[in-house]
Unconditional design. Structure first.
Length: 450
């Protein structure tokens, strides 16, 4: 089976690496001719780190960034991530290109082919047309962003609207680094966000209600300084800028993530406000859900219908992220001082309620997101000393049980445990039960034994 992934961002690269690891022939087509550090994502949440842990990449990525255990939403509201039931009870601050570099190297090492500098012009039956060439494809995954050529080629609508216009981006040097790893605040007519690249440069996101310019309008550093001072009380001695631009943020979602043999993932399927830092994370979690299902169908032990569960499981998550990030950005944009004071007072009170704090932390981090009948599997240490997420690095289901069944060695990794739990390759629990029910469960989830 041949798969073409369009888009070499984090979503497409994780998917390509997983497919290559499963022995699937995969080609990634990327419009950019070279790598780019013009990134909008800076936060890797706990659930995404668990997915990277299941690929042996989490510790490498953590070494590139800085963990933040309390996520500040507004000036006085903080979500405590330190109590998350995960090996990674924090938000990792690291630029998106660090994620891309790790995932690209993994994909190449596993045999994926990456073709850069080609633009997709259309789809043909079982093929992708790009750069004057035809790439055979039994399946196509559009991971090519908000302006997805794949989504356009299949005629999939992308309903929604712009939620923020004229967001300013700037990569700058600062005379004084912020006291916190992240500096973020909103004051009604302005907000600003400052995050470190880790190399002496900082990314600034800034928005000014008073000045709504088109994306093409020129931007100078004085404008960025002014908005940052109004939102944060200081511009941290902002000086040299190596890059500046404007963009607008949409809230959109495709009604269907699959049409025939074509799938949409990441920003090609859903886009939302940057509040909460969930964009890249949601796309990576899309890829983790879809990749093992495509691999299972390619390997011949799973029915084609398994691929329909991608829509059933991930589309509601996209809706949830649109609601949560949209709610956060609207709270940040409250204009009147009284409304903001009420937000801070009520929000502060609610976030002191443990159940509400756990819900908020679980939602924004992804740790609290389950699928119907397939909850997230917590990491456990089995009798041999290995963790469940280490066992998942084989790219197969993991069975926690006293002994291993015969006939499933090509689809299953066994972890010695006195429970009976079947864990999917994406770290969700497929089944729990008893030894008596195990044969039926294995047939239902893994097909017939060899």
């Amino acid at each position: 089976m041949k798969t073409v992934v369009v888009g070499a961002g984090p979503t497409g690269l994780l998917l390509a690496g997983d497919l290559a690891a499963a022995g699937v022939e995969v080609t990634v087509l990327e419009r950019r001719a070279t790598d780019s550090n013009l990134t909008r994502a800076f936060g890797v949440h706990a659930r995404t780190l668990e997915h990277l842990d299941a690929r042996g990449l989490a510790d490498k990525l953590i070494a590139t960034g800085q963990p933040v255990s309390k996520l500040r939403l507004f000036n006085s509201l903080r979500v405590d991530l330190g109590t998350l039931p995960s090996r990674f009870p924090f938000l990792l601050i690291t630029p998106q290109y660090n994620v891309e570099q790790l995932l690209e190297q993994r994909a190449l090492d596993l045999g994926a082919r990456i073709v850069r500098g080609v633009t997709v012009t259309g789809l043909a039956p079982d093929a992708v047309l790009a750069g004057g060439d035809t790439y055979d494809a039994d399946y196509v995954v559009g991971a090519d962003g908000v302006h997805s050529a794949v989504r356009e080629a299949i005629g999939m609508p992308f309903p929604g609207k712009a939620v923020l216009r004229s967001i300013m981006l700037a990569d700058v040097r600062l005379t004084e680094a912020p006291a916190d790893v992240l500096a973020v605040n909103a004051v009604g007519d302005a907000f600003a966000f400052v995050a470190p690249f880790g190399d002496g440069w900082f990314r600034v996101f800034a928005w000014d209600r008073r000045s709504q310019q088109p994306d093409s309008a020129p931007l100078d550093l004085d404008e960025v300084r002014d908005v940052t001072r109004r939102a944060l009380g200081t511009d941290f001695g902002m000086k040299e800028a190596r890059w500046m631009s404007r963009f607008h943020s949409d809230e959109r979602q495709a009604p269907h993530y699959r049409k025939g043999n074509v799938f949409l993932a990441g920003d090609a399927a859903h886009v939302h406000s940057p509040a909460g830092g969930q964009g890249m994370n949601t796309g990576l979690q899309d890829a983790a859900n879809l990749s093992w299902k495509l691999a299972a169908v390619a390997q011949g032990w799973a029915p084609e219908g398994l691929l329909d569960t991608y829509q059933a499981e991930r589309h509601p998550v996209g809706e949830l992220v649109l609601r949560s990030s949209g709610g956060l950005i609207r709270l940040a944009m409250l204009h009147s001082r009284a409304a903001r004071a009420g937000r801070d007072l009520l929000g502060g009170a609610l976030l002191h309620v443990p159940t509400i704090m756990r819900k908020a932390a679980g939602t924004v981090s992804g740790i609290g997101i389950d699928y119907p009948g397939a909850p997230r599997q917590p990491d456990l240490t089995v009798s041999t000393g290995s963790r469940v997420y280490e066992l998942l690095r084989a790219g197969r289901h993991v069975l926690l049980a006293p002994s291993a069944p015969r006939g499933y060695e090509d689809r299953l990794v066994h972890g010695v445990n006195d429970r009976f739990v079947l864990v999917r390759p994406d770290g969700h629990t497929a089944w729990t039960g008893t030894e008596r029910d195990l044969p039926v469960a294995l047939r239902r989830h893994l097909g017939a034994p060899r």
